[in-house]
Design a protein around this ligand. Structure first.
Ligand code: SAM
Length: 390
């Protein structure tokens, strides 16, 4: 096996590893892939040709461990830091609450950082911290500061409900946080409270203002649009972008366990766009990046912009580059898939770096080409969103 590995390394690295600045370790692991093919398979199926060679046709090789059978390279990792939340959003968690995992089964700070390091070594360059509410985890600033030291990690982002944001912002900035997404579903305080089943509208608005003051650009605002609840506020949200450097992202309402999703409550991207165009016919479409989940637009002359996350009406599975780790340490390769594998258990049973990679690689290899479509998803057993981390 060592011989095979060296041979592949020689072939692959001819003139490339140095140019790409890759460590010999990373290249060796990448070359081996998920057990590789050609007789040096160790666990699970051999990596198909196109997957094994993911790093062969590019200047910068990308880990075969994080490349799936459809050539998708997973360079974006979302880590849920906690299952707990200080809000009770109707669309995110069941009214009766969720059964929380005992603390001993949640990832510790060290485990979170070990996994982050492993994924970054394999080519992940963006990590988003989410939850539950990530900003209620007491060690969140330490986690960000430690992640900041990871070579190769370009972007650290947080998705938050904004309740603790204004207090924590100076610390978050010092720790090295790059990007902020703040959830806000209504601009009417009483309606906000109805949707999130808690008070706190003014705290969230203060957090948004402070994020702008502290120079975050753009500050992204996530708004889940639901018929009969807040769809009448779409234009007001767009108006916010006139004088504020916000990127308001309208998210199609998605089905998760216990959130009482139904098709009639979902407002589609096309419907939202039509409404906005009636008010602002000159709305401009903005060019997007390959892996962008949002379709972006701007009203000419407005400071900010808007976007639509069309997970339901037009999935973006083809360019999906995301993996998720739940707070209890399960790797989830698709938000709408219920297959999960416990990285926590592997870590706690003393798995080596390489063994962990094999577990991750096998899971990535099982990722389906696309999710099953909105009606199947709504019938499927999955976690409530609060236990996944959006
Ligand atoms: N507590 C943080 C927050 O509120 O932003 C982070 C966790 S929350 C689960 C992450 C994102 O998922 C939020 O922007 C939320 O709006 C979105 N989300 C939750 N449930 C959803 C659903 N059923 N459909 C669409 N988006 C959803």
């Amino acid at each position: 096996m060592a011989h095979q590995s060296r041979r592949v390394l020689r072939l692959l690295s001819a003139g490339r590893a140095e140019a790409a600045g890759l460590s010999a370790r990373r290249l060796e692991l990448s070359a081996r892939g998920c057990g590789g093919g050609g007789g040096w398979r160790r666990f699970g199926p051999a990596v198909p040709e196109d997957r094994r060679l993911a790093f062969k046709d590019d200047v910068l090789p990308f880990s075969a461990f994080l490349t799936d059978n459809f050539g998708r390279r997973h360079n974006y990792l979302r880590i849920s830091l906690t299952e707990k939340c200080n809000l009770r959003c109707q669309y995110c968690m069941p009214e009766e609450g969720v059964k929380l995992t005992p603390r001993s089964q949640l990832l510790t700070t060290k485990e979170v950082l070990t996994l982050a390091r492993l994924f970054v070594q394999e080519g992940v360059d963006k990590i988003r911290l989410t939850g539950g509410e990530p900003l209620i985890r007491p060690d969140v600033l330490d986690i960000i500061a430690e992640m900041r030291k990871l070579e190769g990690l370009k972007t650290i982002a947080v998705t938050t409900n904004g309740m603790n944001l204004s207090r924590l912002l100076p610390g978050l900035k010092d720790a090295g946080l790059d990007l902020l997404n703040i959830s806000l579903d209504s601009l009417v305080p009483a309606k906000f409270e109805f949707i999130v089943r808690r008070k706190g509208f003014h705290k969230v608005m203060e957090g948004i203002e402070k994020a702008i003051e502290m120079g975050y650009r753009p500050v992204k605002v996530n708004c889940v649009v639901m018929r009969g609840l807040n769809e009448d506020e779409i234009l007001d949200f767009v108006s916010l972008t006139e004088t504020k450097p916000l990127d308001v992202r309208f998210i199609e309402y998605m089905p998760f366990d216990g959130n009482r999703w139904n098709f009639k409550k979902m407002v589609s991207y096309q419907e939202m766009l039509d409404r906005i165009r009636q008010q602002w016919p000159n709305l401009e479409s903005l060019p997007g990046g390959k892996a962008d989940t949002a379709k972006s637009f701007k009203v000419p002359g407005f400071q900010g912009q808007l976007g639509f996350i069309t997970s339901m009406s037009e999935n973006f599975c083809g360019s999906c580059n995301r993996l998720r780790i739940t707070a209890d340490g399960n790797l989830k390769v698709c938000l709408f898939g219920n297959s999960e594998v416990s990285l926590r258990d592997s870590l706690r049973s003393g798995a080596s770096h390489e063994e962990l990679l094999q577990v991750i690689c096998a899971a990535v290899g099982r990722k389906k080409q696309q999710h099953a479509g909105m009606f199947s998803i709504s019938q499927m057993k999955n976690r409530p969103m609060i236990l996944i981390g959006g």
